[in-house]
Design a protein around this ligand. Structure first.
Ligand code: PEP
Ligand code: MN
Length: 357
């Protein structure tokens, strides 16, 4: 993929990018007041504002629609800041471009559907507008990359990925699970792609936005898209996860910039020492897993000869329960133990099935 580096088009300084604005553009007054406050903070790179809102259930506020485009653009013109909105189909693209919207973004509910993304890509042919692509609702790296590729193939090189977390049936304390490992994988596969974090949709609650921003920064993300509303409690969509511009400024200013590579000798030495220990433990873990895997391979024929099913539900529940108890005694996170054994168990079963065929 041919992707432009952020520095060349949107980020003049080394500061993390900050795209901020309301979840939805609700009125001229709400947009202009929010934009005025954000502009006063002096650290906003672009204003966001949803015009067409994808809502989970019908009957919720679905955005003002086309008339809101001019309020968003007006805010940008007034404060000389680029503006961005979500597009979900070719008509949205056309209307947004006609209204002079500077940057478009594709929402999580659209990224999941290659038909929609292709429709948007086709509408973008011959246009040089930056496009941001949010991760799909579920953690499928290839689908996220595929969406970026479709837009890229339409001739768009100014691309940004937005990590907004992933739906999970239970995702406490967050609305959407961050699953940072998906970001790591995107960085590995597309090192040149700028990726920003949307802490509002990960958090679901404004109190958590600061800590998520700090994590994102520590992990090396390029900036943030944050929902900000002049009066969050009155917001027509996502009222719990929007920060007042003043509070957003506090969050942004409190962020600590940490360097990935610090050249302090003592720091490097300490880090190396600890990493060596980790490397050695990882080696032991792998050896133990190999041993475990051999045992589970030996169990396969025993089950087969006795006409027992490969998957033994009662045994699995017992394993899980006892490992969680042992883990708790060792002060290990319950989810870590659960996921680890789920994975080990899955590969045991897979091996037994494979060997049997
Ligand atoms: C939004 O940014 O307001 C939005 C709808 O987000 P997402 O697509 O991440 O759910
Ligand atoms: Mn929102």
């Amino acid at each position: 993929m041919n992707i432009d580096a952020l520095e060349t088009w949107l980020k003049p300084k080394s500061d993390p990018l900050l795209i901020a604005g309301p979840c939805s553009v609700e009125s001229e007054e709400q947009m202009m007041k929010t934009a005025a406050s954000l502009a006063r903070n002096g650290n906003v790179t672009a204003f966001r504002g949803g015009v067409w809102k994808p809502r989970t259930k019908p009957g919720s506020f679905e955005g003002i629609g086309s008339p809101a485009l001019k309020w968003l653009k007006q805010a940008g013109t007034e404060f000389n800041i680029p503006v961005t909105t979500e597009v979900a189909n070719a008509r949205h693209v056309e209307e947004a471009l006609d209204a002079g919207i500077d940057i478009l973004w594709i929402g999580a509910r659209t990224t999941v559907n290659p038909f929609y993304v292709q429709d948007i890509a086709d509408a973008l042919k011959g246009v040089d507008v930056p496009v941001m692509v949010k991760n799909p609702i579920h953690p499928e790296v290839k689908l996220w990359m595929g969406a970026l590729e479709r837009i890229n193939n339409a001739g768009i090189s100014k691309l940004i990925g937005i990590h907004r977390g992933f739906y999970a049936y239970q995702s406490q304390p967050f609305r959407n699970e961050p699953k940072w490992e998906v970001f790591f994988e995107m960085r590995r596969l597309l090192p040149e792609l700028p990726i920003i974090c949307d802490p509002s949709h990960i958090a679901g609650r404004s109190e958590l936005i600061g800590e998520i921003c700090q994590s994102a920064l520590d992990l090396g993300m390029d900036g943030f898209m944050v929902e900000s509303h002049i009066e969050p409690h009155k917001a027509l969509s996502d009222p719990l996860q929007q920060l007042r511009p003043y509070d957003l400024d506090l969050v942004y200013k409190a962020l600590e910039r940490r360097d990935e590579a610090i050249d302090d000798e003592r720091f490097i030495h300490k880090l190396e020492e600890l990493r060596e220990q980790i490397d050695s433990i990882d080696g032991q873990i792998l050896k133990l897993i190999a041993e475990r895997q051999r045992l589970s391979e030996a169990i396969g024929p025993v089950k087969y000869e006795n006409q027992a099913t490969i998957f033994q539900m009662k045994r699995w529940f017992k394993v899980l329960e006892s490992r969680k108890k042992e883990g708790a005694d060792l002060h290990l996170d319950e989810d870590l133990v659960h996921e680890l054994f789920q994975l080990l168990h899955k590969y045991s079963i897979d091996t037994q099935i494979k060997n049997h065929h």
